[in-house]
Structure formats: structure tokens, C-alpha cells
Design a protein around this ligand. Structure first.
Ligand code: FAD
Ligand code: EGO
Length: 470
């Protein structure tokens, strides 16, 4: 059934460039407001394609992303096809598995299929009569002065289109963003990390999931990390993160097995020896980049959202969630400023840049921290400490991961609060340490111990130390 636009009067044309996750969702947002929406996407319609090439098969959807979907009535449709992950399952090198819940009962993240999510959002966008999807349209260039966009069609022919507003949702290597970079006072930074990623499939065993399905499985091995998210077809998609240097060192099937034997031995029988030897060489490891820029807009003509505005490394599972949240924030600003683009665009930049930059930093921080000293013991220890402190002071100490993943606390506020909590914790530690010293001294003064009784155990202790050292 087709939905009717809110107003029948002639509405402005909004061109959404990029029909990926954020572009497709954004099309729904603008269509709901009654704009004439034109989506332009390089690829052919993925709903017709047999195989969808591209990166990452499944993604972790969390609160921010869900809230954004809810706004256009898509939450239920998507979450019902996601697999809840209530806890992380940490795999130690010996194959021991330990779980730590993400939060209270209702707090879980969802494993969703990227292609399916994208298809559903495109289909939803199409239910609005005021939306048109143009596939096989690759944006070549656009003019800041006139807003005229030039597309190259699949057959090589060109197409020129003008719009009142251009929304750049064309991903990390955004063609829309190129015009931003030529302007003065435009900030841009781009960092490739030394790690690449490779996806491997873990098939079902006897028609069932090879591991427990409702978990985010993690193998933290400092610089080598692997995660696995469940899929509806009872497979797991394992993602191996490793420096390119190390990927390149492994050149034969036997070397792959040797490497997995050393670090991820419990997964060998689950992925399968032959599959492992074969799949490792199927595709090269792919790069990961972190991109920041500001401002996000040019005049009243153009705005960037999603990865086009902020590509983040995937070590927080927030890239798509942040991009989806961009859509809500823009929508809120549209309400505040009555859809007046000349006021909405600068305000959007003002409120959103600090938050997107904060999540880019947090994701990079997680990457650095995890590769530097997070093995399975440290991972478990840290999460237990987080949970314990939260248990002690539920209102005061909220784990950063919780604020980022299960609330809509502005990302930059979550960072501020995290620093503040650290101060409270350190002060608490200092206070307890001081208390212990003072209390101890008081007790010692009040009940001076018999020095002879002290010397004997001290001697025994020393003997033990000597025994240890020899
Ligand atoms: P894209 O998904 O890149 O879409 C851009 C679209 O624009 C594409 O369809 C492309 O074909 C089109 N396009 C590009 N150029 C043009 C052009 N010139 N003209 C027309 N169209 C064009 N995020 C999470 O929230 N949770 C996770 O668990 C998670 N895991 C990840 C794991 C990995 C390994 C990676 C790499 C990323 C992960 N992400 C995750 C991040 C997430 O994939 C991205 O943030 C998200 O895809 C961004 O969506 P987007 O629509 O902005 O960009
Ligand atoms: C000490 C212990 C310091 C993505 C643990 C930091 C990220 C980080 C890539 C997980 C979960 C969704 C993810 C946790 C930490 C997705 C995620 C986490 C990875 C890798 C990921 C957690 C896809 C970091 N969320 N997360 O707390 O479970 O903690 F391991 Cl490599």
C-alpha cells in the first residue's frame, strides 16, 4: 500500500546520494516529511542481485540504531529478523568460554544481516509515492554554485539533475565530500589503521549453530582479535582483525592452520580444516579507515551523513548506529527550524560534529587499547570491574560501553561522564587506601603486636621467597 505525503502542495526536491544503510533510511525520513525524494545509487538494485559483494555480512544493531528505525516504523520489522546477543562470550586460548552479560535482561545487541537490512529499508522508502529510487547512478561531480549533479549511468551515459537539497550518504569515500574539501575552512582527517579484517564463515553442525547463538563471541588476543556474530541461517560470520603485515606472512594453507592452532584452536573443528585453508585465500584482507571532517554542510544546499561524514573503525560496533542516529538528529533540527535549510544545516553541523567526532575517537581508543593489552583474562577482569562498580553505585557509575550502546546519551556527553566517573573511582580508591593506612596504624598503636610473634612468620615468608627464586 502506498502512503500519502503529508502535504499535497509542491514540495522541495531532496536528492539522497547513496542508497546504502544510511541513505535508504534517510530517504524514509525525508519522504515522511513530504519532500520529493530522489535516491541515487551506484550499484544496481541489490534486491535483484544474486550476490551482494561488499564488506561485513552482519552488524551489531544497538539502541541508537533501533530508535532511528522506530521513527519510521521499521524497528519491529528489523529486530524480528535479528538475533539477540545478551552477553559477550570470551574464548580463552585454551578454549574455555566465559560469558559476561551486556546488562540487565532487556539489554542486548542484535546481529542483523547487512544486505537484508539494506533491502528492507529500500523497500520501505519505495512505499512512499513521493520517493524515487535511481539505481545504476554514480555521482561524478556536483556544483556548489548551482547544485547541479552529474551522474554516470551503468551504460556510460550521463544524467544531470538539480535538487533543492543534496544529502551525501555515499559512504567513506564520498564523492559528494570532494566539493567540501576544495572549500576554505574545511577540516578533514583520514587515518588508515595497520590492521585489516577478513571474514570467515562457520557453518552449522548437524543443522544447528556450531556455538551458542545468543552471544557476541570474542577471542581477544591483543594484536590478533576475532569476533563471531550469528546469522539466521545458523552460520556464524567470524571476523579476524590482524595487522596487514601478519596477514601477508601467512602464505600457505598449512600456515593458516598453524596460526589458528596457536591462537584460535577451538574454532578449527568448527570452521573446518579444509574450509579454513581455502577461505583464508579467497579474498584479501580489507582495510579500515577513520575519517573525520567538519563542517557537515555547505550553505543551504548540501549535507553529509553516515560514513560520508564520519567513518569510524569498527571496534565499538557503532558506525551504522551513529549514522542512523544522524538521521534522527537532523529530523529533530528540521522540526526546530521549520524545515528552513539555511538554518537547519548549520545547526545540524553545530550539534552533531562533537558527537560524531567523539564516537570516532572512542572507536579508535578501543582499537588501541584492545590491541595493546586486552587478552581474554584482561577482558573478563575489566568487564567484571565495570559491572561491580555499577552494582555498588548504580546511579553514579555507568560503564562507558553501556552509555554508548544502550542509551542515547550524546556521545560527547558519554565521554565527559566517563572521565568524571574515573575521577570518582580514583578518589574512592585513594580514600579507601588512606582509610586502610590510617585504620591500620590506629589498630597497631592501640594493640602493639608482640615483636617476637612478627619475626617468626617474617622469616618463614622470606624462606618461601628464597625457595621461589631458586
Ligand atoms: P555505506 O554503507 O558505505 O553506503 C554508501 C552507499 O553509497 C553504497 O551503497 C554505495 O554504493 C553508494 N555510493 C558510493 N559512492 C557513490 C556515488 N559516487 N554515487 C552514488 N552512490 C554512491 N556498524 C555498526 O553499527 N555495527 C557493527 O557491528 C559494524 N560492524 C562493522 C564491521 C566492519 C568490518 C566494517 C567495515 C564496518 C562496520 N560497521 C558497523 C560500520 C557500518 O558498516 C557503516 O557505518 C555503515 O555501513 C555506513 O552506512 P552508510 O550508508 O553511511 O555507508
Ligand atoms: C577492555 C575490555 C577494554 C567489535 C574490552 C575494551 C567492542 C568492544 C570489534 C568487539 C564489545 C559490537 C566488537 C565490547 C574492551 C561489536 C564491542 C568491547 C570486538 C571487536 C563489537 C564488549 C561488533 C572493549 N560491540 N563490540 O564490551 O563486549 O569491549 F572485540 Cl575486535
Amino acid at each position: 500500500m502506498e502512503k500519502s505525503a503529508e502535504e499535497p502542495t509542491k514540495k522541495k526536491v531532496v536528492a539522497v546520494v547513496g542508497g546504502g544503510l544510511v541513505g535508504a533510511l534517510n530517504a524514509c525520513y525525508f519522504a515522511k516529511r513530504g519532500f520529493e525524494v530522489e535516491v541515487f545509487e551506484t550499484r544496481e538494485d541489490i534486491r535483484q542481485a544474486k550476490i551482494v559483494k561488499g564488506r561485513s555480512i552482519n552488524l551489531a544493531l544497538s539502541h541508537r540504531g533501533r530508535e532511528a528505525l522506530k521513527h519510521v516504523g521499521m524497528e519491529e520489522k528489523i529486530t524480528s529478523q535479528g538475533i539477540p546477543m545478551h552477553a559477550r562470550m570470551i574464548h580463552s586460548p585454551s578454549g574455555k568460554q566465559s560469558q559476561i552479560p551486556y546488562g540487565k535482561k532487556g539489554q542486548y545487541i542484535l546481529s542483523v544481516d547487512r544486505a537484508n537490512l539494506n533491502k528492507q529499508l529500500l523497500t520501505e522508502a519505495e512505499t512512499y509515492p513521493n520517493t524515487k529510487l535511481n539505481f545504476g547512478h554514480k555521482l561524478q561531480d556536483w556544483s556548489v554554485e548551482t547544485g547541479l549533479m552529474t551522474f554516470v549511468r551503468s551504460d556510460g551515459s550521463e544524467d544531470q539533475i538539480q535538487a533543492d537539497l543534496i544529502v551525501g550518504c555515499d559512504g567513506a569515500f564520498s564523492a559528494i565530500r570532494k566539493q567540501f574539501m576544495r572549500r576554505s575552512r574545511c577540516n578533514y582527517s583520514q587515518t588508515y589503521i595497520p590492521h585489516g579484517y577478513m571474514e570467515l564463515t562457520m557453518p552449522p553442525i548437524n543443522g544447528e549453530f556450531a556455538m551458542k547463538p545468543n552471544y557476541l563471541h570474542i577471542w581477544p588476543r591483543n594484536t590478533f582479535m576475532m569476533i563471531a556474530l550469528p546469522n539466521l541461517d545458523k552460520t556464524f560470520t567470524c571476523t579476524l582483525f590482524m595487522p596487514f603485515e601478519d596477514f601477508e606472512k601467512i602464505t600457505t594453507g598449512d600456515e593458516v592452520v598453524e596460526f589458528f592452532q596457536k591462537y584460535f584452536s577451538d574454532t578449527i573443528p568448527l570452521i573446518g580444516l579444509d574450509a579454513l585453508k581455502r577461505d583464508y585465500f579467497r579474498l584479501p584482507a580489507l582495510p579500515m579507515v577513520s575519517i573525520k571532517c567538519s563542517p557537515y554542510h555547505i550553505g543551504d544546499k548540501c549535507v553529509l551523513m553516515g560514513d560520508a561524514a564520519h567513518a569510524v573503525v569498527p571496534f565499538y560496533g557503532q558506525g551504522m548506529n551513529a549514522g542512523f542516529e544522524d538521521c534522527i538528529v537532523f529530523d529533530e533540527v528540521m522540526d526546530q527550524f521549520n524545515e528552513d535549510f539555511s538554518a537547519v544545516l548549520p545547526e545540524y553541523t553545530r550539534v552533531r560534529v562533537p558527537d560524531d567526532h567523539a564516537i570516532a575517537d572512542l572507536a579508535m581508543y578501543n582499537y588501541i587499547e584492545m590491541r595493546a593489552h586486552v587478552n581474554s583474562t584482561w577482558f573478563l577482569f575489566r568487564k567484571h570491574v565495570d559491572n561491580f562498580l555499577h552494582f555498588l553505585m548504580p546511579k553514579t557509575i555507568i560503564p562507558l560501553y553501556t552509555m554508548v550502546t544502550f542509551t542515547r546519551t550524546r556521545y560527547h556527553k558519554a565521554v565527559e561522564r566517563w572521565h568524571w566517573q574515573d575521577k570518582v573511582i580514583n578518589r574512592g580508591l585513594l580514600l579507601s587506601a588512606t582509610g586502610a593506612v590510617l585504620g591500620g596504624s590506629y589498630l597497631l598503636i592501640k594493640n602493639p603486636p608482640d615483636i617476637n610473634k612478627l619475626i617468626i612468620p617474617a622469616e618463614k615468608l622470606w624462606n618461601r621467597v628464597v625457595a621461589l627464586r631458586t
